[in-house]
Design a protein around this ligand. Structure first.
Ligand code: 4HQ
Length: 260
């Protein structure tokens, strides 16, 4: 898979891509990323990439022609279809599922916006507009890096342990279970006995239960789409019943029914 990133801050993107799991993937050739400096596609002496907005108002808008020239060059270099992504708060939400879909494309181009945004006519050359979340960033570089990181992890061999990718919380649609390492005791805080028991069936069950309990407490929305096995469905039913009992008791206490 190849990814082209178009940005006015190539050094920022390159620095982040040089380290960690993504850095190693690129080194090994599991993933090819070319970072393109948008200013290299300007035609004027000062390499201007922005201009004032028609209609007035604050801020600047990214000029369309440098972006068009960058896309022309990339599409001429890459054999086959390029899937063009624009990062913007107006995009659809980038999720693990979208990461999986992006990974199916041979060539992906990520356009990083800056300033108030991009000239609307660029959208005609964009296949998919993606937002990494509902907050305002200064540019599309961090979203591009988020997208590349999530996509790279799904390429076979990029994450050392395939098992850990398959078990990653969002692969299973559930939140992760709690993790512990040595020492077994820190102050008064002990590692749960089951993890020291050596009973692997019990450990598996405990982890499933913890994953489900956390998801139910923190992200119940995820349970609508998670794929659960038989045991998980049973554990979830148990947890929901417990929660109902607990909520019932709290309501009773608040109504002053208990202890009277
Ligand atoms: N921006 N998810 C404005 C974002 C963003 C986001 C990127 C800020 C583009 C022009 N992009 N620029 N959130 O906030 O993707």
């Amino acid at each position: 898979m190849t990814i082209d990133v178009v940005t006015i801050f190539p050094a920022m993107v390159e620095a982040a891509l040089a380290v960690g799991i993504v850095g190693r993937a690129i080194e090994r050739g599991s993933l090819e990323v070319t970072v393109r400096d948008l200013r290299a596609f300007t035609a004027d002496r000062h390499h201007v990439v922005d201009d004032v907005p028609y209609g007035g108002g604050p801020g600047m808008v990214m000029k369309p022609e440098p972006i068009f020239r960058a896309l022309d060059v990339i599409e001429a270099e890459r054999v086959g279809d390029c899937h063009v992504v624009l990062t913007s708060p107006q995009g659809s939400r980038f999720t693990q599922e979208v990461a999986r879909e992006l990974g199916q494309h041979e060539h992906v181009v990520v356009l990083c916006g800056r300033y108030e945004g991009i000239d609307e006519r660029v959208r005609a050359r964009v296949d998919e507009e993606l937002s990494i979340g509902d907050y305002v960033l200064s540019g599309g570089e961090l979203p591009a890096l988020v997208i590349i990181d999530a996509v790279a992890r799904l390429i076979p061999g990029v994450v050392g342990d395939e098992q850990s990718v398959a078990e990653d919380s969002f692969s299973r649609g559930l939140l992760d279970f709690p993790h512990y390492t040595r020492p077994a005791v820190v102050g008064a805080d002990r590692v749960p006995d089951v993890l020291l028991s050596g009973n692997h069936a019990e450990i598996r069950r405990w982890r499933k239960r913890e994953s489900l309990a956390r998801t139910l407490a923190r992200r119940p929305d995820l349970l609508k789409t998670a794929t659960l096995d038989e045991e998980e469905r049973r554990l979830l039913a148990e947890l929901k019943e417990l929660k109902e009992l607990k909520d019932g008791r709290i309501a009773e206490l608040q109504n002053g029914k208990t202890g009277q």
